[in-house]
Ligand binder design. Structure first.
Ligand code: AFP
Length: 340
């Protein structure tokens, strides 16, 4: 069976009534090519001398892996010259990255976590690249882009996607017309459409959360997980399974593929932090993908895509996946705040 390539899909979307713009098409093709380069570097592992950590720390105060920095550089270099971007932002960079004056500038902002799940690199477990595309505000035309121009709610995203570097390398993408999955054909170097209109079942028996944090959770989270653990003997009347890959890309890919709920909620270890995951380049793109696939995504109380950001690297609690489960967890949070 002849499969559709990413390019063919994008050309068809350009012709469709919602008319994907040529700049966005170029952006997606460039990012997808950069992800191929990252996939190649990742797959070399020890043979490529790319495992292990550097002495440096990133803005999150996390030790940087060699591949974190390599992946960040690949995405910056691939996207600087194309004329489609006004600026970029990355988990690995404290401030935004302006397009050098020697290149033309475009109207889009690209945000990314160049290599999510870094702690999995040295143990050969799936990792990935997460990206989000915003439109630069009209007010920014004619002036330099600032960090404030990036601070738009996730509902304004134009494109969201991730590449997952696992047994297969896949690109999962939405331009607001559903979620499409492309598998990398390494012999041809092409992204081939293998998963059309990926859809998340509204119900599930599979939850993903780091159980070691249980004693630090807020009561609604504890209530939900206790009910899952009670299984058939409890109010849920069915047994649950658990998975925790510790790379958001891989845990989200599983639930977009077969359903599930993924949670990284606020916990009392650092009460001042709303959660571990970052809003702008992890939670927002994943929330757009999950909603486009028929799922739901909240921070426990509100829709993540409605959150008005206040800073580039802000963190957020995350509860996303199968709609009915996310709504149950969110209801438990609302009930808890009412009784409080
Ligand atoms: P690293 O990039 O430091 O491995 O963190 C990955 C991540 O941000 C996200 O991808 C995982 O879901 C989550 O952290 C895992 O966190 P724990 O290690 O606390 O379980």
């Amino acid at each position: 069976m002849k499969r559709k390539t990413l390019t063919q899909y994008l050309v068809e979307q350009q012709r469709a009534e919602h008319a994907l713009g040529s700049e966005v098409r170029l952006l997606i093709e460039i990012v997808s090519r950069a992800c191929k380069t990252i996939s190649h570097a990742v797959s070399k592992g020890a043979l490529g001398g790319v495992l292990g950590s550097l002495e440096s720390e990133n803005v999150q105060g996390e030790v940087q892996k060699k591949l974190d920095v390599i992946s960040n550089e690949v995405l910056l270099e691939a996207n600087e010259w194309g004329g489609h971007l006004a600026a970029m932002a990355s988990e690995e960079m404290e401030t935004i990255h302006l397009i050098p004056n020697r290149y033309p500038k475009g109207e889009f902002l690209l945000l990314f976590d160049p290599l999510d799940g870094s702690s999995n690199i040295d143990i050969n477990v799936s990792i990935g690249t997460i990206f989000s595309v915003l439109r630069a505000p009209a007010s920014a035309s004619g002036r330099e882009i600032t960090e404030e121009d990036f601070l738009q709610p996730g509902s304004t995203q134009v494109v969201a996607g991730y590449a997952i570097y696992g047994p297969q390398t896949m690109l999962v993408l939405t331009i607001g017309q559903g979620v499409m999955g492309f598998t990398l054909d390494r012999e041809m170097g092409s992204w081939l459409l293998t998963h059309e209109n990926m859809t998340i079942p509204a119900d599930t028996k599979e939850f993903a959360i780091n159980m070691s944090n249980m004693r630090h959770w807020a009561p609604p989270v504890r209530r939900y997980i206790d009910e899952c653990l009670a299984g058939k003997t409890g109010v849920r009347g069915k047994d649950f399974n658990t998975r925790w890959i510790a790379a958001m890309v891989a845990d989200v890919h599983r639930l977009i593929t077969r359903g599930g709920i993924f949670m990284y909620p606020w916990d009392a270890r650092e009460p001042g932090k709303p959660g571990k995951l970052r809003l702008m380049y992890e939670a927002n793109p994943m929330s757009m993908l999950v909603e486009q696939a028929g799922g739901a995504s909240t921070d426990g109380t509100q829709r993540i895509l409605d959150i008005q950001p206040t800073s580039l690297h802000q963190r957020v609690g995350v509860v996303l996946g199968s709609k009915n489960e996310v709504e149950l967890v969110t209801r438990y949070h609302h009930e808890a705040s009412k009784s409080a």
